[in-house]
Design a protein. Structure first.
Length: 469
């Protein structure tokens, strides 16, 4: 449902259309729409409760005002609203540990592990100090054991980064579950219980979801890295590892993006294949020639491509290209095509600039097609900013053939990875694909091989990945 406080008089909104979207912005097809027409004029002091036709899960809502009360009251040369709110049904149960202990490593005396479950963001836990880099190979990975009041069904964890020195915050961790008798609970795919924090800001807790684990009486959290060496330079701190708060819950599991397999690592025995053409959904989005992305050879980058700079109504830099959806600054969608089928083992993408500012591409969705038939789709993400002469590899478990890929750009490095200024545009320096020449069939054999591509749409759950956000 939603609640509306109207504007008053003939200027009050009379009818509007709501469109709900679950994508990264309000492009594409809405998951639901609803037309609302109000019967009478009300003002800012009156709350109107408006029921939705059916519950809907959405990330963005577009509200198109289609009429006001002109003729029914004074005014009507404008249309306005006093306030609007959406009411949601919350079925998520927060599962609070009754105790927590550190079973590997030691805590710094004035930062005990009990701070992690005290409900306060003003104090946290951290390990004992160790030279300048805790993860120099001489210290054990901290292990934290959370105990619950009886067996619980758990499918989420919310982690608040450390509140003192960026480099000290825990970044990578994995979870192991135990029943009331102390037996380890087996899970189908352990990679779905390994996670990466992408934000080190203690004001920005991160929710991770995973396939539900039933009957968990204890959870062991093993922290395998901090933020010290992320990006181009070292963050302040790093001689310890810490967090501020940890809570659990039963949020619905949503599979996260797939992280890179490696950086700057040539794949032996594989050819690097470039696409033959590229197009964009809106040419006005390009700040430079989109065909720059087609240059380069082998592991050498293509030319630089980036979007226009996002600006506010006063023609000043906005700060973050992806801050809020906007019909002018829509998500760029690039379509790369090949004159011949590519049998892809994976792909590589080059970064942007020197990798120290917020304009570089960090998250994107890709849909692979062969003769207009979708054969594979996924969302991909990197865990650090990287420059134009660096590349990130994404490898598949199984090769598949395609002749066109649609690439939707979802996020840049704004306020990520100590990336510095920028973020009002998004850019990268090329895309290429890995192909094993020994696997490429003769032209007459392509048709027979492609008969099996329909099943590859389910490949997403079988891709090579060691971490899940």
């Amino acid at each position: 449902s939603l609640a509306l406080w109207n504007y008053g008089g003939g200027n009050a909104v009379k009818s509007f259309t709501l469109s709900f979207y679950d994508s990264a912005n309000f492009s594409g097809t809405p998951v639901a729409t609803q037309q609302v027409t109000l019967s009478s004029v009300t003002n800012t002091g009156t709350k109107l409760d408006i029921a939705l036709d059916a519950p809907v899960t959405a990330r963005w809502v577009k509200m198109e005002l289609t009429d006001n009360f002109f003729g029914s009251a004074n005014g009507g040369d404008r249309v306005g609203i006093g306030e609007l709110q959406f009411n949601r049904t919350n079925t998520v149960t927060e599962i609070k540990p009754t105790s927590v202990s550190q079973i590997s490593g030691t805590a710094l005396g004035d930062h005990p592990v009990s701070n992690l479950i005290d409900g306060s963001a003003s104090a946290g836990w951290c390990s004992a100090q160790s030279a300048s880099d805790y993860y120099n190979g001489s210290n054990p990975n901290p292990q934290l054991e959370f105990t619950f009041d009886g067996a619980q069904n758990i499918s989420s964890i919310t982690v608040t980064p450390y509140h003192i020195s960026i480099g000290n915050s825990g970044k990578d961790f994995n979870l192991t579950f135990y029943d009331a008798a102390g037996n380890k609970i087996a899970v189908e795919d352990e990679s779905k219980y390994s996670f990466k924090l992408l934000s080190y800001d203690h004001n920005d807790p991160t929710l991770f979801t995973f396939p539900e684990v039933q009957g968990a009486a204890k959870v062991v959290m093993t922290i395998t890295d901090n933020f010290k060496h992320l990006g181009k330079g070292n963050y302040a701190g790093g001689d310890r590892v810490g967090l501020t708060e940890v809570t659990f819950g039963n949020h619905q599991y949503t599979e996260g993006p797939t992280f890179q397999t490696s950086y700057n690592t040539p794949q032996k025995g594989l050819d690097v294949i470039r696409p033959d053409s590229v197009a964009i959904n809106n040419t006005s989005l390009s700040g430079t020639n989109i065909n720059n992305l087609l240059g380069g050879s082998g592991y050498s980058r293509s030319g630089s491509w980036y979007t226009i700079d996002r600006k506010d109504s006063n023609n000043k830099m906005y700060g973050d290209y992806f801050a809020v959806p906007d019909e002018k600054y829509v998500n760029p969608i690039l379509t790369f095509a090949s004159d011949e089928d590519i049998l892809a083992e994976g792909f590589l993408i080059w970064g942007y600039g020197d990798g120290t500012h917020g304009n570089g591409l960090t998250e994107f969705a890709m849909e692979f097609y062969d003769d207009d038939v979708l054969v594979f789709a996924d969302t991909f993400i990197v865990d650090r900013a990287f420059g134009q002469d660096e590349y990130a590899n994404f490898m598949f478990d199984e090769a598949f053939a395609f002749d066109e890929v649609s690439m939707t750009l979802l996020d840049n490095a704004y306020k990520w990875f100590n990336s510095g200024g920028g973020g009002d545009r998004i850019g990268f320096n090329g895309l290429a694909f890995y192909q094993d020449a020994n696997k490429v069939p003769e032209p007459s054999a392509w048709a027979l091989m492609l008969l099996g591509t329909a099943g590859l749409v389910t490949l997403r759950a079988r891709k090579r990945t060691t971490t899940q956000a």
